[in-house]
Design a protein around this ligand. Structure first.
Ligand code: SF4
Ligand code: SF4
Ligand code: FES
Length: 247
């Protein structure tokens, strides 16, 4: 490993950004290392927190034939990694009328017939920086199981890397998004407790409490906040707050 002592906190390590060698502090994320090397992100950077999917990176390690992937804002640099950003990968998204759409497998077959070209190579799953089982949700979509596809793809951040690897030219993440939208809007059981709570709020059940809070000092607000009813650390899903919990 080639390292250079800085005499300050971190050692400098060599990395290759789009083929050019740079020395960067070893503890940086790829995103910060690229900025340290003098690049400025205009696109390909959004949340910096691992949720927006804008900062996909592919890289190879020294002497390793495999291609690896990561989010530049989350992945720490390694000595001699060769990396490139893929902030966007073109993948066709087909428009449809959401209100008129029937939530079943037929709409997937109609809008994205290429899902049936999947050869189950699993390259999409291997490249996914979120460890989403991409091939499995494509399999679920082929069977018309929108609920399962929505569940498996729940952590997808739309980075597009799966589409970049697909020999069947499937825009997997757009098909999964279709499944989540149809399942969430048209198939998932309604949350009755949410409707009940919205009803209570709409009927003004909390108006007096809010008025009281507005009259309090910062100290009183802090006491109310820290003294509020909270879910016990060790509990199961049967725990519910008191129905009419107040101040
Ligand atoms: S499923 Fe595809 S688009 Fe979604 S996070 Fe994984 S690689 Fe990115
Ligand atoms: S990369 Fe394409 S062909 Fe291969 S398993 Fe994934 S969806 Fe199927
Ligand atoms: S900047 Fe949003 S995931 Fe990295």
């Amino acid at each position: 490993m080639t390292t250079v002592k800085t005499g300050i906190a971190a050692e400098l390590i060599p990395i290759y950004i789009m083929g050019k060698r740079y020395l960067v502090p070893e503890a940086l994320t790829i995103m910060k290392a690229i900025e340290y090397a003098g690049y400025q992100f205009i696109r390909g950077c959004g949340c910096r927190g691992g949720v927006c999917g804008a900062c996909s990176t592919v890289f190879r390690r020294e002497g390793d034939y495999k291609i690896y992937s990561g989010l530049a804002c989350q992945t720490v640099v390694e000595p001699n990694m060769h990396l490139a950003q893929i902030p966007f990968y073109p993948a066709l998204r087909r428009p449809y009328d959401y209100a008129a759409a029937v939530a079943d497998g037929a709409i997937v077959a109609q809008l994205y017939p290429e899902v049936f070209r999947c050869v189950a190579c699993n390259a999409c799953t291997k490249i996914c920086p979120m460890d989403v089982q991409v091939m499995d949700y494509i399999g679920a979509l082929k069977r018309g199981d929108l609920a399962l596809a929505a569940s498996i793809s729940f952590d997808c951040i739309q980075c597009g890397l799966c589409a970049s690897r697909c020999m069947a030219e499937i825009p997997q993440y757009h098909v999964a998004q279709l499944a989540r939208r149809l399942y969430g809007g048209k198939l998932a059981p309604r949350a009755e407790h949410l409707a009940a709570m919205v009803g209570r709020i709409s009927s003004g059940a909390y108006r007096a409490l809010l008025g009281e809070l507005k009259t309090m000092s910062a100290k009183q607000l802090r006491e109310v906040y820290t003294g509020r009813q909270m879910e016990p650390a060790m509990t199961d899903e049967s725990w519910r707050p008191d129905e009419n919990v107040g101040l």
